[in-house]
Write a protein that binds this ligand. Structure first.
Ligand SMILES: Cc1ncc(COP(=O)(O)O)c(C=O)c1O
Length: 350
């Protein structure tokens, strides 16, 4: 007991700041489902303005925001083009088909980027035999390729195609704030690249709960109906919404440090035998490490790290995921690097 773990499993392990906890006690609240919670209204307004859209909807989770978005964009049976490793497709319990009734078309991406020519070719011609292509989904940053930032030049070319074909774009922006911190690009410029975006409060921003879905006024009205089906209307939600308002001022400025720490960890791992960085760049706060050591696999390294007070996440047999966030410090990076070094050098190579 008593050992503090350096927890790299996810940025979702972050807990609210002292300022958030204090503000929760005195937040002005009402019944948000009846539409009279001033703090929820303020949060939704702030996020809509930040990303340059008309409206926003506070939901309990990124998953709910994504699923509300799809169900509000499409009719059941219509086709959604999505990147093969996208969270919305891989890790949301099949919600695309269950909630939105989507016919899903996956395309393999490169660092999260769906090749624009392949998207163009995948769009169905008008035909009674085929589903109508109704939505394109992207993820910014792209989790599975190691928190890659989809560059603005790429987003512009996909947006041009979407406008030309009249097919809306939804961006799962769960970690868009890590991209903002890195590129310095205005949030509204990212907002202009899509018809809707979900953003998470409970990852790097450290709020206990919550996500916002952002889009046009009419779109948000449709999404609100879906949130209702899903039971996602929350009553005195201002107690949670206040954390999101504080996070923009207090935690957002810290995200560039999280990104830098992730690169520092990557740099320390680079020279270690039996470990390989499994992504071309470390753009933000996510790092996948491949275990190439013949005497180790990912679950073994995960367990050994835990004995050193370091938590990481094994993904399958060979990949280990590290995510940096507000509660991971510089000494934690050193501790993880040191632990990895001890583990790989202490294990015989086959
Ligand atoms: C890229 C991405 N999108 C969406 C989600 C879903 O967020 P939530 O856990 O709040 O449902 C996650 C969660 O980790 C995520 O990583």
């Amino acid at each position: 007991m008593g050992q503090r773990f350096a927890d790299f499993r996810s940025d979702t392990v972050t807990t609210p700041t002292a300022r958030m906890l204090e503000a929760m006690a005195t937040a002005r609240v009402g019944d948000a489902v009846l539409g009279d919670d001033p703090t929820v209204d303020a949060l939704e307004k702030r996020f809509a303005e930040l990303f340059g859209h008309e409206a926003a909807l506070f939901t309990p989770s990124g998953t709910m925001s994504n699923q509300c978005a799809v169900a509000a964009h499409i009719e059941p049976g219509e086709e959604v083009i999505v990147e093969s490793d996208a969270h919305i497709f891989m890790y949301e319990g099949g919600g695309l088909s269950r909630v939105g009734g989507a016919h899903v078309r996956t395309i393999a991406g490169e660092a999260g980027m769906l090749p624009v020519d392949e998207v163009r070719a995948a769009v169905r011609p008008p035909s009674v035999h085929m589903p109508r292509t109704a939505l394109i989904c992207l993820e910014q940053t792209h989790l599975f390729s190691g928190g890659s930032i989809l560059p603005m030049s790429y987003l512009e070319s996909l947006r041009a195609l979407s406008l030309q074909l009249g097919i809306p774009v939804h961006i799962d922006g769960a970690r868009i704030f890590n991209a903002l911190a890195e590129t310095g690009i205005d949030a509204a410029d990212y907002g202009a690249m899509c018809d809707s975006m979900s953003v998470s409060l409970c990852k790097g921003l450290s709020c206990p709960v919550g996500s916002l879905l952002i889009g046009s006024g009419a779109f948000i009205e449709r999404a609100k109906r879906v949130r209702k089906w899903l039971g996602g209307g929350m009553r005195q939600a201002g107690y949670l919404a206040i954390c999101g308002l504080i996070a923009l001022d207090e935690v957002l400025p810290l995200l560039s440090d999280d990104n830098a720490r992730c690169r520092k960890l990557g740099g320390a791992i680079l020279g270690l035998p039996g470990l390989q960085i499994a992504q071309p760049n470390i753009d933000t706060n996510i790092l996948f490490v491949e275990i190439t050591h013949p005497g180790l696999d990912a679950p073994m390294v995960e367990a050994a790290l835990s004995d050193h007070g370091v938590l990481a996440l094994a993904i399958g047999d060979r990949l280990l995921r590290f995510v940096t966030h507000r509660l991971v410090s510089d000494p934690d990076i050193d501790r993880a690097a040191q632990a990895l070094q001890e583990i790989v050098t202490a294990t015989p190579r086959g």
